[in-house]
Design a protein around this ligand. Structure first.
Ligand code: COA
Length: 266
């Protein structure tokens, strides 16, 4: 289990209070707000667009079971105005990611900032072994970036995901020179090295025997492939199960050839 999930499990359920908000675990009674958030064009503008009815139903069922998923309740009127969550970041093992969304009627009053600030401070103070925390937001999501920057969070990395440029923020201040910053830089360098090595390995006789398009393999052939849990999200190793040497060789999610060792944090 990812160390972030382990840390969360040990302290969940948790409630957070700020001057104007209560963050409490999502319940099945929040289903209407979940649907509203997932289908609102403005809320979903930088999150892949409005979700399908199937996805809405899946999220309505999953949130109440998910450690780290809070409903954001405005104390003055008791209304649920959004969701905030913290969980394992699939891009980097041991790193937590915070996400947040408010109904447009609650924008513009600093409530998002208050909620995200509470989650980040709580994680840092309550979960000392929880690892670094990041927020990932589209480069063009100006409101979200303003929110993070107003909390003093700093931009440590950028990446392309879901067809858009994404900015990775982490708490700043003393952490300006944090492990995370170095990890980000090392990861970028490592990716370059792995791609170079991948292109070289693909050009060898053994590399050329590997299938070009792994997605068209019939299930039987696919089941013979290396089943390892790979270092970077979306990577597929094209080698056969149990291959030696241990270096994985395959395709990254953007189709480029990469070679990598499983244990590297990428
Ligand atoms: C991202 C999101 C939460 C930002 O909401 P927001 O209300 O603009 O952000 P904040 O809570 O920081 O509020 C800041 C605004 O409130 C104003 N404000 C008013 N009173 C305030 C107070 N007491 N404290 C702080 N700001 C206050 C600020 O001046 C600022 O105004 P501005 O946007 O004109 O500069 C919201 O746009 C949203 O839910 N978007 C959809 C989901 C999404 O994209 N999530 C991000 C990726 S996970």
């Amino acid at each position: 289990m990812n160390p972030v999930d382990v840390a969360l499990d040990s302290i969940w359920p948790a409630e957070l209070r700020t001057d104007r908000l209560l963050l409490r675990p999502v319940t099945p009674q929040d289903a209407d707000v979940v649907r509203e958030l997932l289908t609102d064009e403005r809320v979903r503008a930088y999150l892949g667009g409005p979700a399908s009815p199937e996805r809405v139903a899946a999220r309505q069922a999953a949130y109440p079971q998910t450690p780290g998923a809070w409903a954001i309740v405005r104390i003055t009127d008791g209304r649920t105005v959004g969701l905030a969550s913290i969980g394992a970041d699939p891009r980097s093992e041991g790193r937590a990611e915070v996400s947040y969304q408010l109904l447009p009627s609650a924008w513009g009053g600093g409530l998002g900032r208050e909620a995200v600030g509470a989650v980040v401070s709580w994680w840092t103070a309550t979960v000392p072994d929880g690892g670094p925390v990041v927020a990932v937001t589209q480069a063009t999501n100006a409101r979200s970036r303003r929110l993070l920057e107003s909390l003093g969070m700093i931009l440590v990395d950028q990446l392309d995901e879901h067809g858009s440029r994404q900015c990775v923020y982490t708490p700043g201040g003393d952490q300006d020179d944090s492990d995370l910053r170095w990890l980000g830089l090392t990861a970028a360098h490592l990716d370059e090295v792995e791609r170079r090595r991948g292109a070289q390995a693909r050009a060898t006789a053994a590399g050329q025997r590997l299938p070009e398009d792994l997605t068209i393999l019939i299930a039987e052939a696919a089941s013979l492939l290396c089943p390892a849990c790979h270092g970077t999200y979306g990577r597929i190793c094209a080698r056969e199960a149990g291959h030696m040497p241990a270096l994985h060789l395959g395709r990254a999610s953007d189709g480029g050839w990469v070679a990598w060792l499983e244990d590297f944090p990428v």
